[in-house]
Ligand binder design. Structure first.
Ligand code: AMP
Length: 232
């Protein structure tokens, strides 16, 4: 069991996979090296070369919650995750959560995709009511509302590509990177909703109380993530 952290000790929340991998060079720029590989270890708290810095592994969608409530002082998560978190928490979604940096990592896009034989443009033009399956309900709702397209949203937690193939939905809203997953499932991208990248989020009270410990890390992250360093 790890001991309770010291007052200026920092906890960084990351999710496994692409965000973890792409955050490593930014941590290196701040002189921080994670000492265990999450793909080889079952530990959820990973030590670093700095006794005052540790990494906690959480689900991507839990990163804003950990940081907002102080379970972590800072974290890295996608713009998609932040938008969904904000919508879920209403006006309180941003309270306690400071978003200083677009890190320009884990880049992809949020898109609408349909079966290759589905005439999306025609359905939209006709004012048809589309069935849309997605994990990103808030982003999808906002996007289709802004286009004046009526949708029935179906919340899924994964494997969204299956929805149009099984007749569950006409379309999906999902993250697309190379496009290979869509292609492998005979789906085509018909609209790009927004570009996505990962952001640094910091607990607002930690920013005051742990300023000395946080500042050099924020500065190193800003320098290492240039030219995307400006907040969007
Ligand atoms: P791709 O085949 O490269 O287009 O990747 C698409 C699959 O990876 C979909 O299942 C997406 O949900 C997921 N994906 C792509 N980019 C990201 C990202 N930055 N963060 C999380 N999931 C992603």
């Amino acid at each position: 069991m790890s001991a309770s952290p010291q007052p200026q000790a920092l906890t960084l929340a990351l999710s496994k996979g692409r965000i973890f991998e792409e955050t490593l060079p930014l941590l290196a720029a701040a002189g921080i090296e994670v000492l265990e590989d999450p793909e080889k270890s079952r530990k959820l708290i990973l030590p670093t070369n700095r006794p005052d810095v540790r990494v906690v592994l959480v689900r991507a969608s839990d990163v804003p919650t950990y940081v907002q409530y102080g379970g972590a002082d800072l974290g890295v998560c996608g713009k998609d995750t932040l938008l969904e978190h904000e919508a879920e928490w209403g006006g309180a979604g941003n309270v306690g959560l400071y978003q200083p940096l677009d890190l320009g990592i884990a880049k992809c896009r949020m898109s609408v995709a349909v079966r290759a034989d589905f005439d999306y443009a025609h359905a939209v033009r006709q004012g048809a009511r589309l069935k849309v399956a997605t994990k990103y309900v808030a982003i999808a709702r906002e996007f289709f509302a802004s286009k004046g397209v009526h949708v029935d949203l179906i919340k899924l937690y994964g494997s969204m590509e299956l929805a149009p193939l099984t007749g569950l939905a006409d379309a999906i809203v999902d993250l697309v990177s190379t496009g290979n997953t869509l292609k492998a499932n005979h789906l085509v991208e018909v609209e790009r909703i927004m570009d996505i990248s990962s952001r640094l989020v910091v607990n607002q009270s930690a920013l005051k109380v742990k300023r000395e410990a946080l500042r050099p890390i924020l500065d190193a992250f800003a320098r290492a993530s240039q030219p995307q360093g400006a907040s969007a």
